[in-house]
Design a protein around this ligand. Sequence first.
Ligand SMILES: *[C@@H]1O[C@H](CO)[C@@H](O)[C@H](O)[C@H]1NC(C)=O
Length: 305
Amino acid sequence: MKILIAFIVATLAAGAYAQCSCETMKWATCDGNPCSCHLLVGNGTKQVLDCAKLIPKCFLMQTEMYRARKGLSTRTLGGKPVETAFVDNDGIYDPECERDGTFKAKQCNNTETCWCVNSAGVRRTDKGDRDLKCEELVMTYWVRIQLKHKEISGKVDAANLKSAIADAIHKRYVNFNKDLVKNVEYDPKARLLVVDIEQPKGERKSDLTHMAYYMEKDVKVLPLLRSQDPFSPTVGGQKLEFEDILVYYVDEKAPTFTMKNLSGGVIAVIVVVVLAVVAGLLVLFFANRRRGKYNKAQQREMENM
Ligand SMILES: *[C@@H]1O[C@H](CO)[C@@H](O)[C@H](O)[C@H]1NC(C)=O
C-alpha cells in the first residue's frame, strides 16, 4: 500500500519535471514554475492557455491573425530551438568541479541523490543514488537565450540587431567570441529578444555556458561582475534593459529524462491505472475482513449448538 502511494507521488513529481512546453500549441510561449503558457493575440496581449486541452478555435484564429499581421505566420519566435533542448528546473546546488573548473559529470549536492550534468552543470538525466553512472561530461554546444526587455519609448532597429547584441556581449563578457552569436530574432510586441549562441559540435570549450550564466545573473539583478551596471545593449540609439531571461540548453547528445516524452495524457493514464489498482486492493481488503467476521460468527453459533 505504502509502495503504491509512493509510486503515485513519484509519478506526479516526474510529471512536474517534464519540460515546460505546450503540446497542443506550437506557437505558445511557456515558462515559469509552475509552467504557464500563453499566446500573443490582438495587439500583442497575452492569452493564457490550458495546454492539457485543445486550444479554442477562437484563440487560434486570433493568434493566426496576429502572426499574419506581423509576417510571422510560418515561423515560431522563441521557445525550444530543437525538441531536445531543455531548461534548468532545479536551480543551484553545491557542485563538484575538476581542477580546470569544468563540472564533474556526476553531481550529488552533498547528498545520497545524484544525477548527471552537461558542461553547463544542468541536470540531463533522472536523479539516482550514489551508484549512478555518468560516462562522460556531455557538452552543451548551443544555448538559446530569451530576453524580455523593459518598455521603451523608441524603436529597435532590427537591421542592426545582431551586430549590436554581439558587440554588447563581446564588450561586457570579457571579449566573448562574437562569431558564436549565430542568430538574433526580435518580436517588438512581446518585447522578446531571442539570441542563439552556438559553437561547433566537438569543441571542448564551455565559454558559452559561462557567459550565459553571467547574463542570467545580470538580468536577475545579481551581477557577478564587479561593475554593477546592468547589461543594457544599445541598438541603433535605443538602450535596452532586460527584465526576464530564460536559457535553453542543447547538448551534443540528447538528455535522458525518462519522463520527458511522457505527455500529460500518458501520465494521466498511469495515475488512473494506479488509482484503479489501489481501489481494487481496498475492496479486497474490506471483503476479506468481513468474511473473517462472518466466519467467526458462524463458528460461535456452531459452538453454542
Ligand atoms: C542542494 O542542497 C541545498 C542545501 O542542502 C539545497 O538548498 C538545494 O536546493 C539543493 N539543490 C538541488 C538541485 O538539489
